[in-house]
Design a protein. Structure first.
Lengths: 398, 167
């Protein structure tokens, strides 16, 4: 591959360097073969697939409830959004209407996950610019979010949170208190972080004008999420196709202007404030009611019922053995993931497993623009651009 | 096809007036407009839909399929009109012996890697693609793993023979 690039650009004295697959400045396993003229990148070529795990193939052999843990490992920085996106896809196929309480609880979890994801992206971006202090301030808050997840489902990173139909149990009093505390503590810490980084001269110099993108090109490259909104287009799945009762909440879609790294950073920052407001609204308006929908074919019955009631025992057996009836059909459902539209195209032939499941992974589609974005810039800007695109290796390679 | 959605009716009429012979089937499962079309004419249809007049300027998703009952391969496109917020799913089928279809890279840059991924897993040849190579699997691989004839587990294993639950 390296030779082929040199063949194309012959007659000049260029250097070819490998940025990755394992490089301390790239967060995950990404390889880019760069042809350099001194500090300047003449040509770049991305290689992906280093952690490909064939999830789409594995999903064709798994009953529906066993696919949720696979989705954890797509964008592992905000696993709950993937989990719930998948659960909602199945609910759409089954025609299940979830209670309002479930929707609101899901919104809280998804917005917490979005904050965690954006915290990682924004603080690491600052680290890549040489500002380590902000990162040490804000990363404690991400830990708080993971503690909330841990209280709900027992896991921190690969959460497998929720069930098809809702949640396995209601949030405990401790969890509610943790969320309330987070809503008090996070804005304080985040304000401190923003004061350190947002108008920092060095940070602005490094990010403004780095890796710019025009709205037309961004659409053509299939950008979604904060990366698209940074170019000035206000496409947000939560508003365009509201799911999980997002229409009940009042929030804005922040947009940027130039589509450069600084705009992407600022859009994510503004989204975190919006997320805080959405969580607050969900907490204030939290309806009473059941914490799961009535889908006995997919939602595990309580253990005491399994021991005492015939019907519960049958459903328990069917779910555990993966023999629940699934309608024939195909659905596409998408949610606003932390870095774009995360879609699930599910085809069912009535069997115990999906006939075909395709993940529309925003990172995979966005990342193909990366080589073009860095051509003509200097090497240090290429690092910043990758960092600000928030490419997650797990989602890139599925 | 009858539809309650005014946008869908408009699209169906526009497509029927131009490509009636290429359209095989239309439907609205779960409210999502789904159109099965002839694979040989797919590029014209998508180019028409992507034009200013129709406004479907966004390719959301492109993925492959293997229909093992008829032993056909397929490509499924999801395109999106961001102004009217309408989505269309276009489905094509082609014989497995000759899986060829036009590439969409000249219309949508985002199709580039998605078509490479579809080639990688299903062996579908996209005519006119600038760089049709494997993307997620290694280059030396000599089969297309998402096709249904390749079982997930090694087919030569004899220690797992649980016929009861389809494993």
């Amino acid at each position: 591959m390296i030779e082929s690039i040199n063949d194309k650009i012959s007659g000049e004295n260029y250097n070819t360097i490998n940025l990755g697959p394992t490089h301390p400045a790239t967060h995950g396993i990404f390889q880019n073969v760069l042809t350099m003229d001194g500090e300047k990148i003449i040509r770049a070529e991305s290689t992906v697939g280093y952690i490909h795990r064939a999830f789409e193939k594995i999903a064709e052999r798994r009953p529906y409830n066993q696919i949720t843990p696979l989705t954890d490992r797509l964008n592992y920085c905000s696993a709950p959004i993937n989990n719930m996106g998948w659960e909602m896809t199945v609910e759409k196929l089954l025609g299940v209407q979830t209670p309002k309480r479930v929707d609101y609880m899901r919104v809280i979890i998804m917005e917490l996950a979005r904050i965690a994801d954006h915290v990682i992206c924004n603080s690491i971006l600052a680290v890549d610019c040489g500002a380590l202090t902000g990162f040490t301030y804000i990363f404690q808050q991400r830990e708080k979010i993971y503690e909330i997840f841990e209280g709900i489902c027992g896991a921190r990173l690969t959460t497998n949170i929720g069930r098809i139909g809702g949640f396995e149990r209601d949030f405990s009093d401790k969890t509610w208190k943790q969320i309330k505390d987070f809503l008090v503590d996070f804005p304080k810490a985040f304000r401190e972080y923003e004061a350190l980084v947002n108008r920092n001269r060095i940070f602005m110099d490094r990010t403004i004008g780095t890796g710019p993108m025009s709205p037309e090109l961004a659409l053509n490259y299939g950008f979604t999420g904060p990366n698209l909104r940074a170019t000035g287009l206000d496409y947000d799945v939560r508003v365009m196709n509201p799911y999980s009762s997002y229409q009940d909440f009042d929030f804005t879609i922040p947009v940027g202007k130039q589509g450069d790294s600084y705009d992407r950073y600022m859009v994510r920052s503004a989204e975190m404030w919006n997320s805080i407001s959405i969580i607050q609204q969900a907490m204030d308006k939290m309806p009473e009611g059941p914490y799961h929908a009535d889908v006995p074919e997919f939602y595990l019955p309580p253990k005491e019922d399994v021991y005492t009631k015939m019907e519960a025992l049958i459903y328990h057996f069917k779910i555990v053995m993966g023999e629940s009836k699934v309608p024939i059909g195909e659905v596409y459902h998408s949610v606003e993931g932390a870095n774009g539209e995360l879609g699930f195209y599910l085809v069912s032939d009535g069997g115990r497993t999906p006939y075909r499941l395709h993940f529309r992974r925003p990172c995979f589609i966005t990342y193909q623009a990366y080589a073009k974005m860095i051509e003509g810039s200097v090497l240090s800007d290429a690092i910043i651009t990758m960092s600000s695109l928030n490419v997650i290796a797990g989602e890139l390679d599925a | 096809m009858e539809s309650n959605n005014a946008e869908h009716t408009k699209i169906v009429e526009a497509l029927n007036s131009r490509f009636a012979s290429s359209i095989k089937e239309m439907g609205e499962p779960y409210g999502e407009l789904t159109i099965s079309v002839d694979s040989s004419n797919i590029k014209n249809i998508i180019a028409f839909l992507a034009s200013e007049e129709m406004g479907f300027s966004y390719l959301t998703d492109l993925c492959g399929m293997h229909y093992d009952t008829t032993d056909e391969l397929g490509v499924v496109y999801h395109i999106h009109n961001l102004y009217t917020n309408t989505r269309i799913r276009l489905k094509t089928r082609m014989p497995k012996a000759k899986p060829e279809i036009d590439s969409m890279v000249s219309l949508f840059r985002s199709a580039n890697w998605q078509e490479r991924e579809t080639y990688d897993f299903y062996g579908i040849i996209f005519k006119g693609h600038p760089d049709l190579r494997r993307i997620l699997n290694m280059d030396e691989m000599d089969y297309f793993p998402m096709r249904k004839e390749y079982a997930l587990e090694d087919g030569t294993r004899t220690d797992k023979n649980d016929t009861m639950f389809g494993r």
